[in-house]
Design a protein around this ligand. Structure first.
Ligand code: FES
Length: 309
């Protein structure tokens, strides 16, 4: 990469020669920076594929970007040169020695450009650093995991499934008294977090059945237990006023009015689970929740996709 030795000439030639040496040094520094960036980016890729280590990935990413930035800074300041140079006017026609120097420098520059000179060399390394970093930047997409498909829209509830308490006991219609709250699951999916529901015993004449999106059993109503704000379990019930309260950010839902939001940061009611009673007196589900459970997402009200087989 270094320029060939030139015979001593005028002061201008000596100045030119020092400048060339300085540029050669800067070229080596910039090239080293880009190589460091490539190694760091590839190491980041390797660490990620080996299972990931957050601190190491952060350090490697910082080193890669820092090295690219340093390399570009050296390139711009030391090689391209951003300084404004003012020179006193001198006779328009150059002396013969200067003309010869210029001609030699020009031909040498042409030669470098023709056989893969400094600029091409650094551009290739910079391209390599960019490509390596680009490889690292696609890694977060791999961490997004599989497409959820139907999981966001469906739970384990389906028509005919009996309601079971947390301990596994099936819930009879006669078990539910006014003001009582039971956490229930599908009998075949006890503990399934997305299926957890609250079966609330209502006071006589207070539940607005017409406001509910699905069927219910007299004296009780069932809602998803997962808060529609950020997904906390709705764990508090103020029986005197028929309000379910989420302890995380104090969203309040009206049990007797289809879990309408009374206050708090959430934007939609708790989905209702349609329920009935079978011939043996067990409380059963008549289908899935009225809406997807938990926090809202952008296509919440699109047609429900089929559950994954
Ligand atoms: S998660 Fe329930 S109010 Fe925020």
């Amino acid at each position: 990469m270094s320029a060939p030795e030139r015979p001593p000439g005028s002061a201008r030639a000596e100045q030119w020669r020092r400048r060339r040496q300085q540029q050669d040094r800067a070229t080596r520094v910039a090239a080293a920076c880009f190589l460091v960036a490539i190694v760091a980016a590839l190491a980041l890729f390797g660490v990620y594929l080996a299972g990931g280590q957050t601190q190491a990935e952060g350090v490697l990413l910082a080193v890669a970007f820092g090295a690219v930035g340093l390399g570009l800074a050296v390139w711009v300041r030391q090689i391209i040169g951003a300084r404004e140079v003012v020179e006193d006017r001198y006779p328009m026609r150059s002396r013969q020695q200067e003309r010869d120097d210029f001609e030699a420098a020009y031909e040498e520059a042409l030669g470098e450009a023709g056989d893969g000179g400094r600029r091409r060399f650094l551009l290739r390394l910079l391209g390599g650093a960019g490509a390596s970093l680009g490889l690292a930047l696609v890694l977060p997409f791999r961490s997004l995991g599989p497409t959820p498909e139907g999981e966001l829209f469906h739970t384990a509830w389906r028509d005919g499934v009996r309601l079971a308490a947390e301990g596994g006991g099936l819930v009879m219609a006669t078990d539910v008294s006014p003001d009582e709250v039971l956490t229930v699951f599908p009998e075949d999916a006890i503990g399934d977090p997305s299926a957890q529901a609250l079966l609330v015993g209502t006071r006589e004449g207070e539940l607005d059945v017409d406001a509910l999106p699905g069927e219910t059993v007299e004296g009780m109503v069932c809602y998803s237990k997962i808060c529609t704000h950020a997904g906390c379990p709705v764990g508090l019930y103020r029986a005197a006023v028929g309000e379910l309260i989420c302890p995380c950010h104090q969203s309040v839902f009206d049990v007797n009015d289809a879990a309408r939001v009374l206050s708090g940061p959430t934007g939609r009611p708790l989905p209702q689970l349609p329920i009935g009673v079978d011939d043996d007196g067990h409380v059963i589900a008549l289908g899935d929740f009225s809406e997807p459970v938990g926090p809202s997402f952008w296509n919440l009200h699109h047609d429900r996709p089929e559950p994954r087989a």
